[in-house]
Design a protein. Structure first.
Length: 513
């Protein structure tokens, strides 16, 4: 096969993947290596040379934006209206086939129930108010309700952290296919070490989580609603118990490094019913969604989940320079649990990393952004660690609306801000990374997972900042030219210090003050 795809011939590794007939194939694709091109090549090969019908190919991506994008590319390239599903859209299709009545729950429902619990519901239970006060080591004298309301008023930040932990625990609990019986196991485990206060705190937390989980599930059941994890689980059960009119012969899944247990179980059941071949594509270097239940072990240990499977790699990258690939690849591979890749590029840029120290962030940010745009005239991607990072860097000359940065004195300046999580799959000529501060909410973030999450998360990574390191790798590799790192002159982040120590030959220090 020597067909052009989107105007390009596939390289040797991409061709090998397209022509491979393995029952189960894992494609490890580096950043900017043309994985979408390879997926399109595979679809072309299956339809044109293997005589498959488009409806015999099940194609899945992880977000609506990525699935819509792939669907449009298939339409443009092959003039085929082929559906590309998210896992949730696929689950809804299965539930519709089974004529299962349901309503989709508000995505913010769990957040609302958690918030109501701490503000309203808990006021009807002295027991639960006492638990919260005990968890925070507050000795109560007198009226428990008054003590709790006073604590609530004076400790908003602590309560916010507890709310976030509750939401994370319940979400991970569900997407890892746990059941109510598992709560009993967790509680029994904590009771065995009740004399240790840390485990006493765990029992308190588990009790709180259980009560909120029951409130959440009761609401869903009473209103005949399903959340996203319920949709996948219920669809999996339906596939398992019924004969489906699926004629899939090939399944393709993009961004497989972001899979979770409930998603895996659904695909496993569809494979059992159809005997289809499977190709999954992804990059463990870009696994950055563990907090949503994604389990990197399913990617790294693919052969343990699928017997007689094969692993192939795409190692030529067409976005970044060889110098940037070397820095970013060595940086992320400090965590030896990652799959080793020898990424290569024909592009060169002796110093692709531009380090900009600042004393005053807003003035420096404005200068560097305007300088880049004046030199290139091209859009600039600005990346941060957190949603609100940008507000520490824009002064009165800038406004921020719908992710766009608008310069008061020149509306033609094209720049936009995203969190690094939202930037995955995107690229620009030049990229600016902000918030590279040595701070709890800096980059890397120093917020640690509470140990209680070990009950519901399969994270066995011991390497410090392992996920933050992958997140920084994603940020570094969005650029086709240069990446600008903005860091405070004092208290720059650990990642900046590491880059200076280990890769200074590839860094240009810029002074714009």
């Amino acid at each position: 096969m020597n067909d052009k795809i989107c105007g390009y011939y596939l390289d040797e590794q991409q061709q090998a993947i397209v022509l491979d007939n393995s029952k189960y194939l894992l494609v490890v694709a580096g950043a900017g290596s043309g994985k979408t091109l390879t997926i399109l090549g595979k679809i072309n090969y299956l339809i044109k040379y293997k005589q498959l019908l488009s409806e015999e190919i099940l194609c899945i991506s992880f977000t609506k934006a990525s699935s819509d994008s792939l669907k449009q590319k298939i339409k443009n390239e092959f003039n085929i209206d082929m559906p590309v599903y998210t896992f949730h859209k696929l689950s809804l299709k299965i539930l519709q086939l089974g004529k299962i009545n349901y309503h989709i729950a508000d995505p913010n429902l769990l957040d609302m129930i958690v918030d109501n619990f701490f503000r309203i519901d808990i006021l009807n239970s002295n027991y639960h108010m006492q638990l919260i006060l005990l968890y925070f080591k507050k000795i109560t004298v007198g009226n428990i309700r008054e003590n709790y309301l006073k604590f609530l008023e004076e400790n908003q930040d602590n309560i916010k952290i507890l709310k976030r932990l509750t939401i994370t625990f319940i979400h991970l609990f569900k997407c890892n296919n746990n059941t109510l019986q598992d709560f009993s196991k967790f509680l029994m485990s904590s009771k065995r070490k009740i004399l240790n206060f840390n485990y006493r705190k765990e029992k308190i937390l588990l009790t709180i989580f259980l009560n909120i989980y029951l409130l959440y599930e009761t609401y869903l059941n009473n209103n005949q609603e399903l959340d996203f994890d319920d949709m996948i689980s219920k669809a999996t059960y339906y596939v398992q118990e019924n004969e489906l009119n699926f004629h899939y012969k090939y399944i393709i899944i993009d961004e497989y490094q972001d899979t979770s247990m409930v998603r895996f179980l659904l695909i496993k059941e569809i494979l059992n019913k159809t005997n289809a071949n499977l190709m999954v594509v992804g990059d463990d270097f870009q696994s950055i969604y563990r907090f949503t239940g994604c389990d990197l072990a399913m990617f790294i240990n693919f052969k343990e989940y699928f017997n007689n499977s094969k692993i192939l790699k795409i190692e030529n990258t067409y976005r970044n320079s060889q110098e940037l690939i070397k820095v970013a690849g060595n940086f992320v591979m400090k965590n030896k649990a990652q799959i080793n890749k020898q990424l290569k590029s024909f592009k060169t840029n002796p110093k692709p990393i531009k380090l900009v120290y600042y004393k005053e962030p807003k003035q420096t940010f404005s200068k560097i952004l305007l300088n880049i745009f004046q030199e290139t005239g091209k859009p600039i991607m600005v990346l941060g660690r957190n949603n609100n990072d940008i507000f520490n860097y824009i002064n009165e000359n800038w406004s921020f609306n719908d992710w766009k940065l608008i310069y008061k004195y020149n509306k033609s300046v094209q720049a936009y801000f995203l969190t690094t999580h939202k930037s995955k799959g995107l690229e620009e000529e030049n990229v600016i990374i902000i918030n590279l501060c040595d701070d709890v909410l800096g980059f890397p973030s120093k917020l640690k997972d509470d140990k209680i999450l070990r009950y519901v998360s399969n994270n066995n990574e011991k390497f410090l900042f392992s996920e933050e390191r992958r997140l920084f790798y994603v940020a570094l590799t969005r650029t086709k030219n240069c990446v600008y790192l903005l860091a405070p002159l004092k208290k720059s982040s650990n990642f900046i210090k590491e880059l200076i120590r280990d890769y200074f030959d590839y860094i240009e220090v810029i002074n714009v003050n």
